[in-house]
Write a protein that binds this ligand. Sequence first.
Ligand SMILES: NC(=O)c1ccc[n+]([C@@H]2O[C@H](COP(=O)([O-])OP(=O)(O)OC[C@H]3O[C@@H](n4cnc5c(N)ncnc54)[C@H](O)[C@@H]3O)[C@@H](O)[C@H]2O)c1
Length: 322
Amino acid sequence: MILVTGGAGYIGSHTLLSLADAGYESVTLDNLCYGHRAAVLKGHFVHADLADETALSHLFETFPIEAVIHFAAFCYVGESMEAPEKYFSNNLVNGLNLLNAMLNFGVDKIIFSSSCAVYGDPFEIPIPESHVKSPINPYGLSKHFFEEILASYEVAHGIKHVSLRYFNAAGADPQGRIGESHEPETHLIPLVLQTALGLRPEIQIFGTDYSTADGTCIRDYIHVCDLANAHVSALSYLLSGGQSTSLNLGTGKGHTVREVFEHCQQICQLPIPYREVGPRPGDPPELVASGDKAEEILNWSPHYTLTEIISTAWNWHQNQKF
Ligand SMILES: NC(=O)c1ccc[n+]([C@@H]2O[C@H](COP(=O)([O-])OP(=O)(O)OC[C@H]3O[C@@H](n4cnc5c(N)ncnc54)[C@H](O)[C@@H]3O)[C@@H](O)[C@H]2O)c1
């Protein structure tokens, strides 16, 4: 049985489907502060907060947990600048509760949702895992610190970990069962598609003067189902005795904001009002993953193209269920 914290969220809920397809049983722990009960289509569900040590112990007593996939966290960069305490408390202190429960119940394998935010403003593109870690906001710091905590827990207690540093997750289940439903939404593709549907008056393009081909930021968009499958690969890697490691999960290909916008327009065939505004502080011009290490260690590589990312997301947003 695999414990999935934050399994009612966007990436967690897609991972539950991949786990079930691969024959794993799962139990989700989620407090539903951002997640959706309706997104949990597979496995058991426990409505609880990671801060609740009694509920955590009860879960470990009830289910024979072999390994943990830890998605639960707060993930709004802007909010983390205004309320860092919220981020350190949920992403670190509550994460420690989880690690301590694992120790108490003899569970020694964890896959952790890290982020390309650990690299800050990178000086090398594509970014290798060995790149210096210098996060530029409390959200990125919380991810970097938790990776370091995992390293200490391995030395002291033998807990093995794989930290997966996602780049920009996007897209939806190709069967349209689940998809991205964040409130507030801050990610480019859902914002553009919601604007196409008339749910937002316009989309803002932040910064048109970067030193990129068309002046807008470059990001590496990875399909959520490719991410989900990488978790299953990381899990079988750890269960078969793999060593702790940190891996980038991206496609190795960058797309500018304008390219993404134009792709969306082609797929939706609808007018999408937009406005060009100044750059957001702390937005690096380019974030693109080097994916060599994940391919080598997990024998995993992404399959979905940008067009497939946008069309599965478009299908979801037109028929959104939650
Ligand atoms: N979405 C991305 O592009 C992206 C990129 C890099 C890293 N990440 C990381 O991946 C993970 C999942 O991201 P997501 O986009 O699916 O986010 P999400 O907000 O959709 O999912 C997070 C889930 O965790 C739950 N949760 C939060 N705090 C909790 C707590 N204390 N106790 C129990 N449940 C709690 C929420 O209710 C939610 O269901 C996060 O750790 C995030 O930092 C996401």
